[in-house]
Design a protein. Structure first.
Length: 191
């Protein structure tokens, strides 16, 4: 006796998301970086892509539980908690896909750094206030966190900021240095 039942929507979403991620990563790997800075940029970009993509999935699948995690931060007014819980995971998903595929990089890197800075500031704010909460970064669990776990969150998020900061420098500062070094910049003189 065979049972014919429809696949679960979260399962289909997860499989499609995984396939999209794998395609984007394969495209990124096919790049041929020439300089060490290119390799570091690719590594940082793929690292943050995985972070954002992984962080988005559980929140997208369980928005009510994520809203509880956002509430526990005790930062946003009540009227913005559900809105943040609905929009934030999808923004993380889009940013992760952009970073993985290497598309719209200036905007994706700016938004990624804005989010990472906000997340880090929220963690620091709660550590200062003495609130030990589960960060809600990669799962919607709301179990209280111990002090050692809060410290781990700070170090982990600092590593994310480091990767994001490198991408900012790589995209917005290193190209200007290259132009200045070759004399193609506005500051070059002829004669």
């Amino acid at each position: 006796m065979s049972h014919n039942h429809a696949p679960n929507k979260p399962d289909i979403l997860g499989k499609r998301l995984l396939l999209a991620i794998l395609r984007a990563i394969m495209k990124a790997i096919q790049m041929k970086p020439k300089r060490l800075s290119d390799w570091l940029s690719l590594a940082a970009r793929l690292f943050l892509a995985v972070v954002f993509l992984y962080a988005s999935v559980d929140k997208i699948l369980h928005p009510a539980e994520f809203a509880k995690a956002v509430y526990l931060y005790q930062i946003l007014p009540g009227s913005l908690i559900n809105l943040a819980a609905l929009i934030l995971p999808w923004l993380e998903l889009v940013l992760g896909l952009c970073l993985a595929a290497g598309i719209w990089l200036p905007g994706a890197v700016l938004w990624s750094n804005a989010l990472l800075g906000t997340f880090f500031a929220a963690l620091v704010f709660n550590v200062i206030r003495g609130l030990n909460i589960h960060c809600g970064c990669f799962s919607t669990s709301i179990d209280p966190a111990g002090a050692w776990l809060m410290t781990w969150y700070l170090f982990r998020d600092a590593s994310f900021l480091l990767a994001g900061g490198y991408l900012m420098v790589y995209l917005f500062w290193i190209p200007q240095l290259s132009e200045d070094a070759t004399g193609d910049g506005e500051g070059s003189s002829s004669g």
